[in-house]
Design a protein around this ligand. Structure first.
Ligand code: FAD
Length: 315
């Protein structure tokens, strides 16, 4: 079977999980697509999972209330062994990349990290991933048992399957974790998370100042119910928090519409948003590389164009 560890937050299945299901469907590997739901009070997540998977294994336990790398690695390994999984797919989130290598070691499996595409080459699982500052896409492959992490935003979210998969409760023997999470503070934002957003408005250095970022980028995003993104230049300048950075060293996104204001389109930025369905760019330089990937482009000054867009979007 293909075992996917579901990602979920606040009782809802994350978009990243639907992307992993697409990765599994495209992998060409055989066997039922099985979602493993780890957590506490996860009945709603399990039901959402059943809509896209052949089967869902549910471990609803107090010991799984909070993510812990040792516990997640042990649980995933146990289920992979019991179900004789040949492919284990884990999200390329910070936590996924923390415990996935542990699972690979425990299973004595090959480990493919940060896949942006999956396919089969005979018996081998083939993955594509970025390297050399995302200037090079390399293809790697491994035979037999493989653990793979999937780069968020690289696959389209899976549509529901024809029939809902069966749900099964599973027993786990969990280790006592050596590392304990003793506190958590969650950044409060009324805006949709970047990796979940259908529309993203991103500002680059061309926006001019942190004040203009609020005036133009945030205002347009709020009128459109969109997420807010930033280039690294803007984050490095301290205008915006790192959580908003899109690109090779930030988030990878694939929204239905990506609106880039004053963004030059450096290769490291494009690697994080180049797969967006529609890219709309506004830049005063007609030669800016962003126009090479844009579906719609306006050559002009943000200070003149964006206020009109904000006014139009308010209506
Ligand atoms: P600039 O390149 O300075 O572009 C500003 C644009 O605004 C220009 O095209 C200009 O014509 C336009 N402009 C200026 N004024 C106006 C105006 N009034 N109206 C309209 N247009 C205007 N970058 C990322 O974004 N994400 C990453 O994750 C990332 N990772 C990196 C990793 C490495 C290892 C390295 C080396 C670099 C990385 N970078 C990343 C940085 C990247 O190379 C670029 O420097 C950065 O993306 C440029 O940001 P920018 O487009 O905001 O700024």
């Amino acid at each position: 079977m293909i075992l996917i560890v579901a990602e979920h937050t606040a009782g809802k299945l994350a978009k990243a999980t639907l992307e992993m299901v697409t990765a599994a469907r495209e992998s060409g590997r055989e066997g039922p697509i099985t979602l493993l739901v780890l957590g506490q009070n996860v009945a709603a997540v399990a039901t959402e999972s059943a809509a896209v998977a052949d089967q869902v294994l549910v471990a609803d336990l107090p010991g799984l209330a909070t993510y812990n790398a040792e516990v997640w690695a042990a649980a995933t390994t146990q289920i992979a062994q019991e179900g004789e999984a040949h492919t284990v797919i884990i999200g390329g989130s910070r936590s996924g990349r923390e415990y996935a290598p542990r699972v690979a070691v425990k299973l004595d499996a090959a480990y493919l990290e940060d896949a942006t595409k999956l396919s089969s080459n005979g018996a081998a699982l083939q993955a594509q991933r970025y390297t050399y500052l995302a200037r090079v896409t390399e293809t790697v492959e491994a035979d037999g048992l493989v653990v793979v992490t999937v780069k968020p935003g690289s696959f389209a979210p899976a549509a529901p399957a024809a029939a809902a998969g069966e749900q099964y409760d599973v027993e786990l023997s969990l280790p006592a974790p050596r590392v304990e999470v003793t506190g958590k503070s969650v950044e409060k934002s009324s805006r949709v998370a970047l990796t979940e957003a259908d529309v993203i408005v991103t500002g680059g250095r061309g926006v001019g100042s942190p004040e203009n970022f609020s005036r133009y980028v945030e205002a347009l995003a709020d009128n459109l119910g969109a997420g807010v993104g930033a280039t690294r230049a803007v984050v490095d300048a301290g205008w915006r928090p790192y959580a908003e950075q899109v690109g090779q060293t930030g988030k990878t996104v694939q929204p239905k519409a990506y609106i880039a204001l004053g963004v030059s389109g450096a290769v490291q930025h494009l690697s994080g948003m180049g797969k967006s369905k529609n890219i709309i760019a506004i830049n005063k330089d007609a030669e800016a590389p962003i126009f090479k990937v844009a579906d719609y482009g306006i050559v002009g000054d943000i200070n003149e164009i964006v206020p009109a867009l904000i006014e139009a979007s308010r209506k």
